[in-house]
Design a protein around this ligand. Structure first.
Ligand code: FAD
Ligand code: EPU
Length: 338
Protein backbone atom coordinates (compact mmCIF):
# COMPACT_ATOMS: atom_id res chain seq x y z
CA UNK A 1 0.00 0.00 0.00
CA UNK A 2 1.32 3.41 -0.90
CA UNK A 3 2.19 5.56 2.10
CA UNK A 4 1.72 8.68 0.01
CA UNK A 5 -1.32 10.84 0.80
CA UNK A 6 -2.75 13.52 -1.46
CA UNK A 7 -3.87 17.11 -0.83
CA UNK A 8 -2.72 17.40 2.75
CA UNK A 9 -2.89 20.68 4.68
CA UNK A 10 0.59 21.85 5.73
CA UNK A 11 -0.78 24.29 8.33
CA UNK A 12 0.03 21.95 11.26
CA UNK A 13 3.48 21.29 9.80
CA UNK A 14 4.89 24.82 9.59
CA UNK A 15 5.47 27.04 12.63
CA UNK A 16 4.46 30.14 10.65
CA UNK A 17 1.00 28.48 10.57
CA UNK A 18 0.57 29.37 6.90
CA UNK A 19 -2.50 27.72 5.43
CA UNK A 20 -1.44 25.80 2.34
CA UNK A 21 -1.61 22.30 0.87
CA UNK A 22 0.85 19.72 -0.36
CA UNK A 23 -0.14 17.84 -3.49
CA UNK A 24 1.54 14.69 -2.14
CA UNK A 25 2.69 13.98 1.42
CA UNK A 26 4.33 11.08 3.22
CA UNK A 27 5.61 10.66 6.74
CA UNK A 28 8.89 8.75 6.85
CA UNK A 29 9.47 6.73 10.00
CA UNK A 30 12.53 4.68 9.01
CA UNK A 31 15.26 4.39 6.43
CA UNK A 32 13.42 1.37 5.03
CA UNK A 33 10.34 3.57 4.59
CA UNK A 34 12.45 6.10 2.70
CA UNK A 35 13.84 3.43 0.40
CA UNK A 36 10.33 2.16 -0.23
CA UNK A 37 9.12 5.59 -1.35
CA UNK A 38 12.09 6.08 -3.63
CA UNK A 39 11.79 2.62 -5.12
CA UNK A 40 8.11 2.94 -5.93
CA UNK A 41 7.38 6.58 -6.60
CA UNK A 42 10.03 7.63 -9.10
CA UNK A 43 7.78 10.15 -10.83
CA UNK A 44 7.16 12.07 -7.62
CA UNK A 45 10.79 12.51 -6.71
CA UNK A 46 11.36 15.39 -9.05
CA UNK A 47 9.61 18.02 -7.00
CA UNK A 48 10.55 17.01 -3.51
CA UNK A 49 10.51 18.91 -0.24
CA UNK A 50 12.14 17.43 2.85
CA UNK A 51 10.36 18.66 5.95
CA UNK A 52 11.43 18.43 9.57
CA UNK A 53 9.50 20.54 12.07
CA UNK A 54 8.76 23.25 9.47
CA UNK A 55 10.24 25.87 11.78
CA UNK A 56 12.44 27.53 9.18
CA UNK A 57 10.03 27.71 6.27
CA UNK A 58 7.67 30.23 4.72
CA UNK A 59 5.18 28.73 2.28
CA UNK A 60 4.09 31.37 -0.24
CA UNK A 61 1.92 28.94 -2.23
CA UNK A 62 0.61 25.38 -2.23
CA UNK A 63 3.36 22.82 -2.68
CA UNK A 64 2.93 21.21 -6.09
CA UNK A 65 5.03 18.14 -5.35
CA UNK A 66 5.88 15.56 -2.71
CA UNK A 67 6.52 16.62 0.89
CA UNK A 68 8.44 14.05 2.91
CA UNK A 69 8.08 14.65 6.62
CA UNK A 70 11.04 13.02 8.35
CA UNK A 71 10.02 11.28 11.59
CA UNK A 72 12.87 8.78 12.00
CA UNK A 73 13.32 8.31 15.76
CA UNK A 74 15.83 6.78 18.13
CA UNK A 75 18.71 7.87 20.36
CA UNK A 76 21.90 5.85 20.93
CA UNK A 77 24.70 6.68 23.31
CA UNK A 78 28.31 5.52 23.23
CA UNK A 79 30.69 6.63 25.96
CA UNK A 80 34.38 6.91 25.05
CA UNK A 81 36.40 8.12 28.03
CA UNK A 82 35.11 11.58 28.89
CA UNK A 83 33.44 11.90 25.52
CA UNK A 84 29.93 10.77 24.72
CA UNK A 85 28.84 10.10 21.16
CA UNK A 86 25.10 10.65 20.92
CA UNK A 87 23.42 9.52 17.71
CA UNK A 88 19.84 10.60 17.11
CA UNK A 89 17.34 9.86 14.37
CA UNK A 90 16.67 12.81 12.07
CA UNK A 91 13.07 13.05 13.24
CA UNK A 92 13.86 13.41 16.94
CA UNK A 93 12.75 16.78 18.26
CA UNK A 94 15.89 18.85 18.80
CA UNK A 95 14.86 20.28 22.16
CA UNK A 96 13.92 16.82 23.47
CA UNK A 97 17.44 15.69 22.61
CA UNK A 98 18.84 18.70 24.48
CA UNK A 99 16.72 17.82 27.53
CA UNK A 100 17.81 14.16 27.33
CA UNK A 101 21.49 15.18 27.24
CA UNK A 102 21.23 17.80 29.98
CA UNK A 103 19.47 15.28 32.26
CA UNK A 104 22.30 12.80 31.71
CA UNK A 105 25.01 15.48 32.18
CA UNK A 106 26.23 15.18 28.61
CA UNK A 107 27.59 18.67 27.99
CA UNK A 108 27.79 20.62 24.75
CA UNK A 109 24.30 21.51 23.52
CA UNK A 110 22.82 23.15 26.62
CA UNK A 111 23.18 26.64 25.05
CA UNK A 112 21.02 25.41 22.16
CA UNK A 113 18.03 24.81 24.45
CA UNK A 114 14.54 25.53 23.06
CA UNK A 115 15.48 25.83 19.38
CA UNK A 116 12.46 24.40 17.55
CA UNK A 117 12.75 21.73 14.87
CA UNK A 118 14.37 18.37 14.38
CA UNK A 119 17.77 16.75 14.72
CA UNK A 120 17.94 16.19 10.94
CA UNK A 121 17.72 19.91 10.24
CA UNK A 122 20.33 20.87 12.84
CA UNK A 123 23.30 20.60 10.43
CA UNK A 124 21.42 22.12 7.46
CA UNK A 125 21.82 25.71 8.62
CA UNK A 126 24.27 24.87 11.42
CA UNK A 127 21.84 25.99 14.11
CA UNK A 128 23.30 28.35 16.65
CA UNK A 129 22.41 30.37 19.71
CA UNK A 130 23.95 31.88 22.80
CA UNK A 131 27.57 31.46 21.73
CA UNK A 132 27.37 27.85 20.44
CA UNK A 133 26.76 26.41 16.98
CA UNK A 134 25.98 22.80 16.18
CA UNK A 135 29.30 22.54 14.33
CA UNK A 136 31.02 22.80 17.75
CA UNK A 137 29.69 19.36 18.72
CA UNK A 138 28.98 17.81 15.34
CA UNK A 139 30.73 14.47 14.77
CA UNK A 140 29.03 13.10 11.63
CA UNK A 141 25.71 12.54 9.94
CA UNK A 142 24.26 9.81 7.79
CA UNK A 143 22.31 10.85 4.73
CA UNK A 144 20.32 9.13 2.00
CA UNK A 145 21.46 10.11 -1.47
CA UNK A 146 18.36 10.71 -3.56
CA UNK A 147 20.03 9.97 -6.91
CA UNK A 148 21.45 6.59 -5.87
CA UNK A 149 19.40 5.46 -2.88
CA UNK A 150 22.64 4.88 -0.96
CA UNK A 151 23.51 6.03 2.55
CA UNK A 152 26.58 8.23 2.94
CA UNK A 153 28.31 9.47 6.07
CA UNK A 154 29.58 13.05 6.26
CA UNK A 155 32.21 14.14 8.77
CA UNK A 156 32.45 17.70 10.09
CA UNK A 157 34.94 18.97 7.49
CA UNK A 158 32.81 17.60 4.65
CA UNK A 159 29.78 19.57 5.86
CA UNK A 160 31.54 22.95 5.25
CA UNK A 161 29.83 24.62 8.19
CA UNK A 162 29.74 28.40 8.52
CA UNK A 163 27.35 30.91 10.11
CA UNK A 164 23.85 29.58 9.21
CA UNK A 165 25.42 27.60 6.34
CA UNK A 166 26.46 24.07 5.37
CA UNK A 167 27.12 22.11 2.22
CA UNK A 168 23.51 20.88 2.40
CA UNK A 169 22.29 24.44 1.76
CA UNK A 170 24.99 24.98 -0.84
CA UNK A 171 26.59 22.59 -3.33
CA UNK A 172 24.55 19.57 -2.22
CA UNK A 173 21.21 21.34 -1.86
CA UNK A 174 18.34 18.96 -2.54
CA UNK A 175 20.59 15.92 -3.01
CA UNK A 176 20.58 14.27 0.43
CA UNK A 177 18.09 13.45 3.15
CA UNK A 178 19.73 13.32 6.56
CA UNK A 179 18.64 10.21 8.45
CA UNK A 180 20.67 10.54 11.67
CA UNK A 181 23.22 12.84 13.30
CA UNK A 182 26.00 12.03 15.77
CA UNK A 183 27.16 14.68 18.24
CA UNK A 184 30.36 14.49 20.30
CA UNK A 185 29.41 15.66 23.78
CA UNK A 186 31.42 15.54 26.98
CA UNK A 187 31.04 14.44 30.57
CA UNK A 188 33.26 17.39 31.46
CA UNK A 189 31.29 20.61 30.92
CA UNK A 190 32.83 23.63 29.22
CA UNK A 191 30.33 26.15 30.50
CA UNK A 192 29.79 29.03 28.06
CA UNK A 193 28.10 32.07 29.51
CA UNK A 194 29.69 34.95 27.59
CA UNK A 195 26.79 35.59 25.21
CA UNK A 196 24.21 38.29 25.83
CA UNK A 197 22.33 38.18 29.10
CA UNK A 198 23.38 34.70 30.34
CA UNK A 199 25.82 35.96 32.99
CA UNK A 200 23.46 38.69 34.18
CA UNK A 201 20.59 36.19 34.51
CA UNK A 202 22.80 33.69 36.40
CA UNK A 203 23.87 36.47 38.76
CA UNK A 204 20.25 37.53 39.28
CA UNK A 205 19.49 33.93 40.27
CA UNK A 206 22.49 33.87 42.64
CA UNK A 207 24.25 31.10 40.71
CA UNK A 208 28.02 31.50 40.87
CA UNK A 209 29.05 28.07 39.58
CA UNK A 210 26.49 27.10 36.96
CA UNK A 211 25.87 23.51 35.87
CA UNK A 212 24.76 22.70 32.34
CA UNK A 213 21.21 22.42 33.69
CA UNK A 214 21.49 26.00 35.01
CA UNK A 215 22.74 27.24 31.64
CA UNK A 216 19.94 25.41 29.86
CA UNK A 217 17.31 26.93 32.17
CA UNK A 218 18.72 30.43 31.88
CA UNK A 219 18.92 30.25 28.08
CA UNK A 220 15.32 29.00 28.01
CA UNK A 221 14.19 31.91 30.20
CA UNK A 222 15.97 34.51 28.04
CA UNK A 223 14.55 32.99 24.87
CA UNK A 224 11.00 32.96 26.23
CA UNK A 225 11.32 36.64 27.15
CA UNK A 226 12.37 37.60 23.61
CA UNK A 227 10.83 35.19 21.13
CA UNK A 228 7.19 34.48 20.32
CA UNK A 229 5.94 30.96 21.02
CA UNK A 230 4.99 29.41 17.65
CA UNK A 231 2.16 27.48 19.29
CA UNK A 232 0.33 30.78 19.77
CA UNK A 233 1.98 33.24 17.32
CA UNK A 234 3.13 31.88 13.97
CA UNK A 235 6.79 32.60 13.22
CA UNK A 236 10.02 30.98 12.05
CA UNK A 237 12.50 32.63 14.41
CA UNK A 238 14.93 35.12 12.87
CA UNK A 239 13.60 35.91 9.41
CA UNK A 240 16.93 37.34 8.21
CA UNK A 241 20.56 36.45 8.84
CA UNK A 242 22.72 38.89 10.69
CA UNK A 243 24.59 40.62 7.85
CA UNK A 244 28.37 40.26 7.61
CA UNK A 245 30.13 43.21 5.98
CA UNK A 246 33.76 44.03 5.18
CA UNK A 247 35.90 46.52 7.07
CA UNK A 248 35.67 49.20 4.37
CA UNK A 249 31.86 49.21 4.50
CA UNK A 250 31.96 49.22 8.30
CA UNK A 251 34.33 52.23 8.31
CA UNK A 252 31.67 54.18 6.41
CA UNK A 253 28.80 52.96 8.62
CA UNK A 254 30.28 53.47 12.09
CA UNK A 255 30.76 57.28 12.06
CA UNK A 256 27.14 57.68 10.93
CA UNK A 257 25.76 55.21 13.49
CA UNK A 258 28.21 55.05 16.42
CA UNK A 259 25.84 52.80 18.45
CA UNK A 260 25.56 50.06 15.82
CA UNK A 261 26.14 46.68 17.58
CA UNK A 262 28.92 44.77 15.84
CA UNK A 263 30.88 41.59 16.39
CA UNK A 264 34.05 40.13 14.84
CA UNK A 265 33.30 37.52 12.13
CA UNK A 266 35.50 35.17 10.09
CA UNK A 267 38.18 36.58 7.75
CA UNK A 268 38.35 40.01 9.40
CA UNK A 269 34.75 40.80 8.52
CA UNK A 270 32.15 42.33 10.82
CA UNK A 271 28.77 40.93 11.80
CA UNK A 272 25.94 43.39 12.43
CA UNK A 273 22.73 42.77 14.38
CA UNK A 274 19.87 42.71 11.86
CA UNK A 275 17.35 43.17 14.70
CA UNK A 276 18.98 46.48 15.62
CA UNK A 277 19.03 47.68 12.01
CA UNK A 278 15.35 46.78 11.58
CA UNK A 279 14.39 48.44 14.86
CA UNK A 280 16.31 51.57 13.86
CA UNK A 281 14.14 51.75 10.74
CA UNK A 282 11.06 51.90 12.98
CA UNK A 283 9.76 48.39 12.32
CA UNK A 284 9.92 46.83 15.80
CA UNK A 285 6.50 45.64 16.89
CA UNK A 286 4.98 46.95 13.67
CA UNK A 287 1.64 45.50 12.60
CA UNK A 288 0.89 45.30 8.90
CA UNK A 289 -2.32 43.49 8.06
CA UNK A 290 -2.02 40.03 9.59
CA UNK A 291 1.74 40.14 9.72
CA UNK A 292 4.37 42.29 11.42
CA UNK A 293 7.52 42.09 13.54
CA UNK A 294 7.60 40.79 17.09
CA UNK A 295 7.38 43.42 19.82
CA UNK A 296 10.46 42.11 21.67
CA UNK A 297 12.59 41.09 18.66
CA UNK A 298 12.40 42.99 15.39
CA UNK A 299 14.23 40.19 13.53
CA UNK A 300 11.24 37.88 13.97
CA UNK A 301 8.35 38.25 11.53
CA UNK A 302 5.03 36.94 12.79
CA UNK A 303 1.66 35.70 11.61
CA UNK A 304 -0.95 37.29 13.86
CA UNK A 305 -3.52 34.92 12.37
CA UNK A 306 -4.62 34.35 8.82
CA UNK A 307 -1.53 35.83 7.15
CA UNK A 308 -0.62 34.40 3.78
CA UNK A 309 2.97 33.56 2.91
CA UNK A 310 2.82 36.20 0.17
CA UNK A 311 1.79 38.83 2.70
CA UNK A 312 4.73 37.97 4.99
CA UNK A 313 7.11 37.87 2.03
CA UNK A 314 6.00 41.31 0.79
CA UNK A 315 6.45 42.73 4.29
CA UNK A 316 9.96 41.25 4.40
CA UNK A 317 10.75 43.05 1.13
CA UNK A 318 9.67 46.32 2.69
CA UNK A 319 12.09 45.70 5.57
CA UNK A 320 14.95 44.85 3.20
CA UNK A 321 14.35 48.08 1.26
CA UNK A 322 14.18 50.24 4.38
CA UNK A 323 17.39 48.78 5.84
CA UNK A 324 19.20 49.14 2.53
CA UNK A 325 18.12 52.76 2.20
CA UNK A 326 19.17 53.74 5.71
CA UNK A 327 22.33 51.67 6.16
CA UNK A 328 23.35 50.54 2.65
CA UNK A 329 23.26 46.96 4.00
CA UNK A 330 21.33 44.23 2.19
CA UNK A 331 19.56 41.75 4.48
CA UNK A 332 19.44 38.12 3.37
CA UNK A 333 16.52 35.93 4.36
CA UNK A 334 17.40 33.09 6.73
CA UNK A 335 14.02 31.40 6.38
CA UNK A 336 13.50 29.03 3.41
CA UNK A 337 10.98 30.56 1.00
CA UNK A 338 8.80 28.08 -0.84
P1 FAD B 1 12.48 22.64 8.57
O1 FAD B 1 12.02 24.03 8.75
O2 FAD B 1 11.46 21.59 8.37
O3 FAD B 1 13.51 22.59 7.37
C1 FAD B 1 14.57 23.53 7.29
C2 FAD B 1 15.48 23.15 6.10
O4 FAD B 1 16.14 21.91 6.38
C3 FAD B 1 14.72 22.90 4.78
O5 FAD B 1 15.56 23.28 3.72
C4 FAD B 1 14.50 21.39 4.77
O6 FAD B 1 14.33 20.87 3.47
C5 FAD B 1 15.80 20.92 5.41
N1 FAD B 1 15.68 19.66 6.14
C6 FAD B 1 14.94 19.41 7.25
N2 FAD B 1 15.13 18.15 7.67
C7 FAD B 1 16.00 17.59 6.81
C8 FAD B 1 16.58 16.29 6.70
N3 FAD B 1 16.32 15.32 7.56
N4 FAD B 1 17.44 16.06 5.65
C9 FAD B 1 17.71 17.02 4.75
N5 FAD B 1 17.19 18.27 4.81
C10 FAD B 1 16.35 18.53 5.83
N6 FAD B 1 17.56 28.57 14.42
C11 FAD B 1 18.78 28.75 14.93
O7 FAD B 1 19.79 28.37 14.31
N7 FAD B 1 18.97 29.33 16.15
C12 FAD B 1 17.93 29.75 16.90
O8 FAD B 1 18.13 30.25 17.99
C13 FAD B 1 16.61 29.57 16.39
N8 FAD B 1 15.55 30.00 17.09
C14 FAD B 1 14.29 29.83 16.59
C15 FAD B 1 13.20 30.24 17.36
C16 FAD B 1 11.91 30.07 16.88
C17 FAD B 1 10.74 30.51 17.73
C18 FAD B 1 11.70 29.44 15.63
C19 FAD B 1 10.30 29.20 15.14
C20 FAD B 1 12.77 29.03 14.85
C21 FAD B 1 14.09 29.23 15.32
N9 FAD B 1 15.21 28.83 14.60
C22 FAD B 1 16.47 28.97 15.11
C23 FAD B 1 15.05 28.24 13.25
C24 FAD B 1 14.77 26.72 13.26
O9 FAD B 1 14.41 26.30 14.54
C25 FAD B 1 15.99 25.94 12.79
O10 FAD B 1 16.35 26.34 11.49
C26 FAD B 1 15.72 24.44 12.80
O11 FAD B 1 16.92 23.73 12.60
C27 FAD B 1 14.72 24.01 11.73
O12 FAD B 1 14.39 22.67 11.97
P2 FAD B 1 13.13 22.00 11.30
O13 FAD B 1 13.19 20.55 11.59
O14 FAD B 1 11.91 22.70 11.68
O15 FAD B 1 13.47 22.24 9.74
N1 EPU C 1 18.54 43.99 18.89
C1 EPU C 1 17.88 45.20 18.84
N2 EPU C 1 16.55 45.19 18.52
C2 EPU C 1 15.87 44.05 18.28
C3 EPU C 1 16.55 42.81 18.33
C4 EPU C 1 17.89 42.81 18.64
O1 EPU C 1 18.47 46.26 19.04
O2 EPU C 1 14.67 44.13 18.02
C5 EPU C 1 19.96 43.98 19.28
C6 EPU C 1 20.14 43.42 20.71
O3 EPU C 1 19.97 44.44 21.66
C7 EPU C 1 21.56 42.92 20.67
C8 EPU C 1 21.69 42.42 19.24
O4 EPU C 1 20.68 43.06 18.47
O5 EPU C 1 22.47 43.99 20.84
C9 EPU C 1 21.59 40.89 19.11
O6 EPU C 1 20.30 40.47 19.59
P1 EPU C 1 20.01 38.99 20.14
O7 EPU C 1 21.01 38.63 21.17
O8 EPU C 1 18.57 38.93 20.48
O9 EPU C 1 20.31 38.04 18.93
P2 EPU C 1 20.08 38.17 17.37
O10 EPU C 1 21.38 38.49 16.72
O11 EPU C 1 18.94 39.05 17.07
C10 EPU C 1 20.72 35.69 16.93
C11 EPU C 1 20.19 34.53 16.15
C12 EPU C 1 19.09 33.84 16.93
C13 EPU C 1 19.66 33.35 18.24
C14 EPU C 1 20.19 34.56 19.03
C15 EPU C 1 20.87 34.15 20.31
C16 EPU C 1 20.53 35.00 13.82
C17 EPU C 1 19.91 35.38 12.51
N3 EPU C 1 19.71 34.96 14.86
O12 EPU C 1 19.68 36.66 17.03
O13 EPU C 1 18.65 32.72 16.18
O14 EPU C 1 18.68 32.69 19.01
O15 EPU C 1 21.17 35.24 18.21
O16 EPU C 1 22.09 33.59 20.02
O17 EPU C 1 21.73 34.75 13.86
C18 EPU C 1 17.12 32.01 14.51
O18 EPU C 1 18.10 31.74 13.81
O19 EPU C 1 15.94 31.78 14.15
C19 EPU C 1 17.32 32.62 15.83
C20 EPU C 1 16.34 32.97 16.63
Amino acid sequence: MSIIQTNISLKPYNTFAIDCNAKYYAEIKSVAHLKEVFANEVALQRNLLVLGGGSNMLFTKDYDGLVLKISIKGIEVKEIGDDVLVTAGAGEVWDSLVKFCVAKDYAGIENLTLIPGTVGASPIQNIGAYGVEVKDVFESCTAFEIATGKLKTFNKAECEFAYRESIFKGKLKGQFIITSVTYRLSRIPHIQTHYGAINAELERRGIAKPTIADVSEVVAAIRVSKLPDPSTIGNAGSFFKNPIIDQAAFDILLPQFPDVPHYPAANGRIKLAAGWLIEACGFKGMLEGNTGTWKNQALVLVNHGGATGQEVYRFSEKIINAVQQKFDVVLEREVNIL
